[in-house]
Design a protein around this ligand. Sequence first.
Ligand code: ADP
Ligand code: MG
Length: 489
Amino acid sequence: MNGWQPVIGLEVHARLLTRSKLFSGAPASYGAPPNTQACAVDLGLPGVLPVLNREAVRMAVRFGLAVGARIAPRCVFARKNYFYPDLPKGYQISQYEDPITAGGTIAIEPAAGPPREIGLVRAHLEEDAGRSVHEGFGGLSGIDLNRAGTPLLEIVTEPALHGAAEAAACMRKIHTLVRWLGICDGNMQEGSFRCDANVSVRPAGSGTLGTRAEIKNVNSFRFVERAIAYEIERQIDLIESGGEVVQETRLYDPDHHETRPMRDKEEADDYRYFPDPDLLPVTIDEAFVAGVRESLPELPDARRDRLVREYGLEAAEAARIVSYREAADYFEAAVGAAGSPDAARLAANWVNGELAGALNRDGLRIDEARVDAGQLGRLVRRIADGTVSGRMAKTVFDAMWASGGEPDAIIEARGLRQVTDAGEIERLVDAVLEAHPAQVEQYLGGAGKVLGFLVGQVMKRSGGKADPRQANQTLRDRLAARRDGSPEG
Ligand code: ADP
Ligand code: MG
């Protein structure tokens, strides 16, 4: 990248979780059979009028307040005119000059470098279009208008992101936030959360923006990152070999890992925006905003900072826990059940480690976990009080995951109590030293690594139940006594 600075701005479309559509009473839910959820308004039939969904306004304001945006006291819906088979009205109702929110910021914490605040240009309400279906019509296309009129919040960042990783981090933070606020389910496979990435490059130090290409509708974090990385390379190569970037819309092809031109970029003029004469300007009063503000939960970044403060978590592990509000709730409930705040680090390890692994393996969300927060907390309590080792706890966890049950009952039933009795550990250690004179010689001769082998033998003899820390210490003591030639006790 030497000598070049990439510049990226994102346009994120979040489908709002309203029950009905933005301007009609048809259900907005996903997955119904084609064309069963489109009413006369969504079909653009003559003589019908749109009626704004108050809940969508409330959700947009909720987002605006969460990012510190200005909530417009008066906003306007505009028609964006274009022809497409999935757009029967011939225009999309969106917002143009007077969006519902302006400004605000998203804090990102890039892996390399200091945290940054990314400015938002705006967030506005708009309706989604229908969908063209190209399979199963023998060379023709089908049109499904279920999606037509579903409410979207389009969130537009400043051109302030300077790499693919930063852009992906910003997209993740927005994803976390809209789910956290309960305004979007974030499902990328179903298209509930989509992102267009505008990418340009400029000579490092330059104050003017280069010409951008817009990569459309990439539906995974990984692909966004790859698509942007590819596009940055492509533009630099192009300019360095004497070419020029043209403003256009490109599509990312994950199979070939490249972006390809789709169409020339339209200019705003092409859309002939004008205020929709069927809709009055929306006025949002102080009382409405205050009511929404009142209902805001503790936000993810504040929650992360509190987890660090209150439980002594590392920033990175707290950040991981707050990527889902349900995970943060789960974690805090588990710590409560563990019964001691000093078990918090342990609980965090389990939530980010074993639990995340099991959910991932079985394709479950955290609210579907087969081990609930109380159960995990009570297991953590048994690790903290030395009843089971971390390793044995994994066996208990697997048993809980497979067939339910309380940790204490499983520990009892399977005889999984850790051996912590000093006398018993000494007996095990002595038996191991007896059985492996050659390794003892090596150790005493300076081969410190052999200790690991001997600890392993103690663990083996105990059927995995000896407290490994105690086994280790007792072995060291015994061997030190031999080295010093003092009689063993
Ligand atoms: P449009 O009206 O064509 O969608 P906008 O001005 O609204 O364009 O910008 C859309 C997005 O493109 C924003 O996220 C903005 O930050 C980003 N953007 C604009 N110009 C550039 C540029 N030269 N390089 C990278 N991103 C840009
Ligand atoms: Mg745009």
